[in-house]
Design a protein around this ligand. Structure first.
Ligand SMILES: Cc1cc2nc3c(=O)[nH]c(=O)nc-3n(C[C@H](O)[C@H](O)[C@H](O)COP(=O)(O)OP(=O)(O)OC[C@H]3O[C@@H](n4cnc5c(N)ncnc54)[C@H](O)[C@@H]3O)c2cc1C
Length: 389
């Protein structure tokens, strides 16, 4: 079976990329190891994705936004950062731009379902689900993929969107800097007594980071980061005790909190691939850059990267030139590195600054927040980053 592009991984970025190439006269295969039902009706994974305005624009253009119910979209009106016991807060709000929100919060499984609906009947796209990749051969003219069910498919370009633990990246021989952080992130929906007013809070406490993301109604997504050992204790708590624990850890800022639904725990590993391309192959999404979730940019950057690559491919296709030429792949790599490296580095520095417990680190982060508050430029930069069109 012969295609123009094989995409491996039907996560949100792989689906968005397949959709971005719709109507360009290309034959596509999308290989996903989960069964079709898991793509069509993904189960909740607890992640609430903070989408920038640019991501909303991309999802709109892909036709995915209209598949979201209004109840699935929560406005993110403002954000504030707190440090330890200090009553000082660094605030981000969109007032200066005349907008009423910084971005939107949408559950990851709703985004995945919406994107799936855009591709399920896409002409020229073969969805190959319930199957993985056994081996890859690639040379200067084509790439051949043997699937785990024995089928062999080939294409002009292979695109890996198979997560930060990408096996395709390994099979292509692309090294990646993997950083297991020894910390875990718990996400859980909490009902609470007080109104969050659409404000997200990120609170760097002692030994913990806790964020509260505002959902519709008196509901928030609690995002708690702790050492892996401490997290194993939290995971064993029964529902009412966990509610009390989160209430206490969040300093009762939203009153008493109760767990709604399940608990999801993610061991934290960040990753950055040394190259985003190889012969007739490219990495997108987390397979290229696995961000720390604390600055909420992984999917946002993944959407930007897939859009960049799809545009280059569409333009080459329109000119009837090679859609996987070394120059084209280099252009993608350069653009995506530029879009991701500064944020990846800044996020990792932030994580270090806010997880170190020594007195010097505490004073430094206090000073950083104060300085940030005095520099309108810093606030404006962060706000405009969130609000990029
Ligand atoms: C707790 C948490 C909160 C987050 N919050 C935000 C946020 O607020 N904003 C934001 O922008 N980002 C956020 N992120 C990051 C975001 O979830 C990821 O960046 C995004 O899911 C990456 O999408 P992806 O499609 O690249 O990879 P994934 O979502 O990892 O999907 C990979 C897909 O590939 C499939 N697959 C894997 N291996 C194979 C194989 N060998 N063959 C076939 N298929 C394969 C998998 O089954 C899966 O469907 C958060 C992440 C976490 C953990």
């Amino acid at each position: 079976m012969s295609f123009d592009v094989i995409v491996v991984g039907g996560g949100p970025v792989g689906l968005a990329f397949a959709r971005s190439l719709a109507g360009k006269g290309l034959r596509l295969a999308l290989v996903e190891r989960q069964p079709l039902t898991a793509l069509a009706e993904p189960a909740s994974d607890g992640r609430e994705i903070a989408l920038t305005r640019r991501s909303k624009r991309i999802l709109d253009e892909l036709g995915a936004w209209r598949h979201l119910e209004p109840a699935d979209i929560a406005p993110l009106r403002a954000a504030r950062v707190l440090n330890g016991d200090s009553s000082f807060a660094l605030a981000f709000d969109p007032a200066a731009t005349g907008d009423d929100r910084l971005g939107h919060l949408v559950s990851n499984h709703r985004i995945r379902a919406a994107l799936f609906r855009t591709v399920e009947d896409q002409p020229g796209l073969d969805l190959m689900t319930g199957v993985g990749v056994a081996s890859i051969r690639h040379d200067s003219s084509s790439v051949a993929v043997r699937l785990t069910d024995g089928r062999e498919i080939e294409a002009r370009l292979l695109v890996a969107a198979d997560s930060r633990f990408s096996r395709i990246r390994d099979q292509l021989g692309i090294p990646a800097a993997m950083n297991p952080l020894g910390r875990s992130m718990m996400v859980a929906r909490m009902a609470h007594d007080k109104d969050h007013r659409g404000i997200a809070t990120e609170w760097f406490g002692h030994g913990q980071t806790i964020a509260m993301l505002p959902l519709n109604g008196r509901l928030s997504s609690a995002v708690l980061t702790l050492s892996a050992a401490e997290m194993s204790r939290i995971a064993t708590l029964d529902t009412p005790v966990l509610g009390e624990e989160i209430t206490r850890r969040f300093g009762r800022l939203l009153g008493s909190m109760r767990l709604v639904g399940g608990l999801h725990i993610y061991p934290l590993t960040t990753s950055y691939a040394r190259h985003f391309v190889a012969r007739r192959a490219a990495l997108i999404g987390d397979a290229a850059v696995g961000m720390h979730p604390v600055t909420a940019h992984g999917f946002n950057l993944g959407l930007v990267g897939q859009e960049t690559l799809a545009r280059l491919i569409a333009s080459a296709q329109a000119k009837r030139s090679d859609i996987a030429s070394p120059n084209l792949l280099r252009d993608y790599e350069r653009a995506h590195r530029l879009a991701t490296r500064p944020l990846y580095t800044a996020t990792n520095l932030l994580v270090r600054l806010y997880t170190e417990e020594g007195r010097a680190a505490r004073l430094l982060r206090h000073a950083t927040l104060r300085v940030g508050a005095r520099l309108p430029l810093v606030r404006r930069t962060v706000t405009s980053l969130l609000m990029q069109n």
